[in-house]
Write a new protein. Sequence first.
Length: 366
Amino acid sequence: MAKKSVKKSLLALVMATVFVCSPLVARGDDDEPRRSGFVPLPVLFYTPETGFGGGAAFVYYYRLPEEPTASRASNLNFVGFYTVRNQYVLSLAPSFYWDNETWHLDTKFTHRKFPEKFFGLGPNTHPQNEEYFTPLNFQMSGHLMHRWVRYFYTGPAYDFYYFDIVKTKNGGLLEKHDILGIDGGWANGLGLMAGWDTRDNTMQAYTGAYYSVQAMFYDRHFGGNYGFNRLTVDLRRFVQVHDEHVLAFQLIGQSIFGDPPFVQLSTIGGGNLLRGIYEGRYRDLSFGAAQVDYRFPLWGRLRGGLFAGTGDVAERINFLYIPNFKYSVGGGLRYMFDKTERVGVRFDVGYSADGPAFYFVMGEAF
């Protein structure tokens, strides 16, 4: 009965959000792209760890005055919420395109004090090891990309991250094993990124590809307390099967070399990667994962999605053992506030060996 009640509450929240926000942003399906638009969303939730919480999220997309209407839109994403237990998340993510998409600046500012789960390290942790900890962190990360040829971009990347573990379980895994990072500190990194981007739309692609490689170097000379390097490869492909029916594929891997704090280890799970697995359920130095989405229209502005994924973490990428890969499957609904710009909200239900998980967020997973 409890699970049914939770599902009904989440569905009611989604429908209420759509009802409240639709008149604010709705327009004809055949309109030409606008120079700007604004999509607000209320946030209301309850969990045993946080109590009641609420806030708001919005996406504002726009084009700079000198940019053509047909160019990719810059956008500003914001999420902010607060709980009755003095827990909060503030996130601001501006993304700018200018000079006819020759330059692209993507950055994110995050400040949060919010409980997370820790199960241990490695690919074989058990659900009964679950314990909560609360980090307080500030992060500024992003990259500045320059287009050298039609689809090829390169540029510097940065990540400045401060964290403090303000609450742990007495006698839990984090305290017993003196996990690296339990004392908090700075993890500051600089790096390089290269990408090949032929997507027809960055908010929700129907066709094209996005391939990126990022190498980050975290060093005490940058003012940090930890030294390690991180290499990430992200390969995405989008195939328009028929009209708005789209198959989306992603293959992604990451390896860390050195001694990172546990909060910056490679993880799988969450609302974007292997939905259905709790983000941080598995942590290690490396991970590899693959997922596929099938996205299709239903009625009017309402769209559907089915997805499946598999992956795992390991000490080294070559230690990944495919027969032991974790999996997730699921589906959900999308409501398109702006069909031309493809701006919408997503409600997904993902299933894994640990049970179902629910996600209510802006935009597609990848």
